[in-house]
Design a protein around this ligand. Structure first.
Ligand code: DGT
Ligand code: CA
Ligand code: CA
Length: 579
């Protein structure tokens, strides 16, 4: 049974959790967390890397010790260190730690004093009022725990796009090797680049359908078979994700692709248009009576009902059909339109690579500029920079820019927005930079009005340029904090600042609807990788996906500008600083 990247990531994540309950050194915990993230987001399969003889220590943040553990996990599915921790820490700790607001100390108390071992027990203990009597817990905390557990339990199980693409790439390659297969395409929410996908929908064109479904259910990552027939099958993979496969006739391929790409709402709207024209549209084609008039390509199906082809990211029934009918479809931004990246870290804070390595990777990715934006001093865990270290880095950037061709590093910072809206570094230091990204990494629980005010006040700082990951959500862990996004966007417009579409797979923040709101106000969006290693630059495509879902075209995106045009746009903020 091959072990997946996700399994390795899960082992490291659990080790970090258990170390946290034990009160281990924060940097040690962080090393495992970072490793879990690196592996979880890795686009290449670890088994393949190993088979190719690549050294695992080349991966960012993976030293000899972690590499040895990865080997052990790939070979055995677990590692001795985890087993030891499990025997030392009471069961249930990892599960309880997932609840926002429950740190290791509290978890320990719940485990030892109330013998709570899972979320259901936690929920009933909170509901029955047994928790507030413990030392260190009050009634307010108890209420908070109750709400947090109920919220957590009601989250549907979805997979982030990057993780889903990891599973699907290997499967698509496997199916393509099947005899008689001429096409394999992923449809569904995955093709529409939704931030998370519920399941994967594959379409296959093949000369002998039954051979394909048989080979599909025999895929060695299959955990259970939900349904299996001659032309369709559904399975759940070991990673927990469900995959539906349908084998469709060539002459219906376009109609099936359109149908199974969805969204359901888009399909329903198309069906209505077809009906008005006396036509019937379904996954087999477009029909006038019994006669099929289109179906082989998506283009032909759209054309039959008087529409141009629509990019999958637009197909949400949010006005795209009316826009298509009146020739107002946007020309969506593409990855190749990005000329730079405005948010990246190096090992000076919590990144893993050097300035030079990041610069060269950005150049290799076809970018012309890269802003270096380390964390600021308040974020101690990420080795945030103070004024002195920031100045040192600026000198280093000057030297590197003088030496390197084809890439320009910009001087920036990802400065902490403190609870009262002030910034973590003095304006005098910020003014010298090319750009200032402001970010909220603390006090997520402030009430909506206070949280909004905090961010507006931060934007009032003369050098403020871009609001990082504006909603603060983490897809698998944390809901967005409460803010008035419409007000923040209007304020950004007034202040001449920008909003970020952070492309980290677990953030994708801003996402589609907020991108659209920003566009409507004329606020430019920076699609940023927030890279913590050279590998992370590959995530930009997910940020572009969200921007496309938000209808953005090239001119709506800040970092599609030439360096010169960018500098003049950023000068707004600098001029404000001078006045
Ligand atoms: P997901 O999997 O929850 O992330 O979202 P989708 O959009 O991939 O939805 P899924 O997997 O349930 O179905 C795939 C596509 O099939 C969906 O986008 C549109 C189409 N579809 C599914 N059920 C219906 C339906 O009842 N009516 C219509 N018109 N289309 C449907
Ligand atoms: Ca789906
Ligand atoms: Ca499905």
């Amino acid at each position: 049974m091959p072990v997946h990247n996700a399994d390795v990531a899960a082992v490291f994540g659990e080790i970090a959790d258990l170390l946290e309950v034990q009160g281990a050194n924060v940097f040690r915990i962080r090393a495992y967390r970072n490793a879990a993230r690196t592996i979880g987001d890795l686009l290449s399969d670890l088994n393949t890397l190993r088979a190719q003889g690549k050294a695992l220590t080349d991966l960012p943040g993976i030293g000899a010790d972690l590499a040895a553990k990865i080997d052990e996990i790939l070979d055995t599915g677990t590692c001795a260190f985890l087993e030891r921790l499990r025997s030392e820490v009471p069961a249930g700790a990892s599960e309880l730690l997932k609840i926002p607001g429950l740190g290791p100390k509290r978890v320990k108390a719940l485990l030892l004093e109330l013998n709570i071992q899972n979320l259901e027990q936690l929920r009933s203990a909170a509901a029955e009022g047994r928790i507030h009597e413990l030392k260190g817990f009050g009634e307010k905390t108890e209420q908070h725990i109750l709400r947090a557990v109920e919220g957590y339990q009601s989250w549907p199980k979805r997979f982030n796009l990057a993780r889903a693409s990891q599973y699907v790439d290997a499967l698509v390659a496997y199916l393509r090797e099947t005899r008689g297969v001429s096409q394999v395409v992923v449809a569904g929410s995955f093709r529409r680049m939704r931030d998370t996908v519920g399941d994967l929908d594959l379409l296959v064109v093949a000369s002998n359908p039954a051979v394909v479904t048989k080979r599909f259910v025999e895929y060695d990552e299959v955990n259970s078979i939900l349904a299996s027939g001659d032309t369709r099958a559904s399975v759940v993979l070991k990673s927990g994700i469900q995959v539906d496969v349908r084998i469709v006739p060539r002459e219906s391929f376009g109609a099936a692709l359109l149908y199974f790409t969805g969204s359901k709402a888009h399909n329903i709207a198309l069906r209505r248009i077809a009906q008005e024209r006396g036509l019937k549209i379904n996954e087999y084609g477009v029909f006038r009576g019994d006669e099929r008039i289109a179906g082989e390509t998506e283009q032909s199906v759209y054309a039959a009902i008087g529409l141009p082809w629509l990019a999958p990211e637009l197909r949400e029934d949010r006005g795209e059909i009316a826009a298509a009918q009146s020739g107002r479809l946007p020309k969506l931004v593409e990855l190749a339109d990005l000329r730079g990246d405005l948010h990246a870290h190096t090992k000076a804070s919590d990144g893993r690579d050097s300035l030079e390595a990041m610069a060269l990777a950005a150049r290799a990715a076809g970018l012309e500029y890269l802003a270096i934006t380390e964390h600021s001093r308040q974020l101690g865990i990420a080795r945030g920079l103070d004024v002195k270290r920031l100045a040192q880095q600026s000198d280093e950037i000057d030297r590197l820019n003088a030496r390197l061709d084809g890439i320009t590093l910009l001087k920036g910072i990802e400065v902490e927005i403190l609870a009262d809206g002030s910034l973590d570094l003095p304006d005098a230091a910020l003014r010298r930079l090319d750009l200032v990204i402001g970010a909220v990494h603390s006090k997520f629980e402030l009430p909506r009005a206070k949280q909004t005010e905090r961010i507006l006040r931060a934007m009032d700082h003369p050098s403020f340029s871009i609001l990082a990951h504006p909603s603060g959500r983490l897809l698998d862990e944390r809901a967005a904090y409460e803010v008035d996004m419409a007000r923040i966007i209007r304020h950004a417009k007034q202040r001449g600042c920008f909003l970020e579409a952070n492309a980290q797979p677990e953030r994708l923040d801003l996402w589609d609807v907020h991108c659209q709101m920003a566009q409507a106000e004329g606020v430019l969006i920076a699609i940023d990788s927030d890279a913590h290693s050279t590998f992370d630059l590959a995530n930009l495509r997910f940020g572009v996906g969200q921007a496309r879902r938000g209808w953005l075209s090239k001119q709506d995106v800040l970092n599609t500008r030439s360096l010169k045009a960018l500098r003049s746009l950023l000068k707004h903020t600098t001029l404000r600083a001078a006045s």
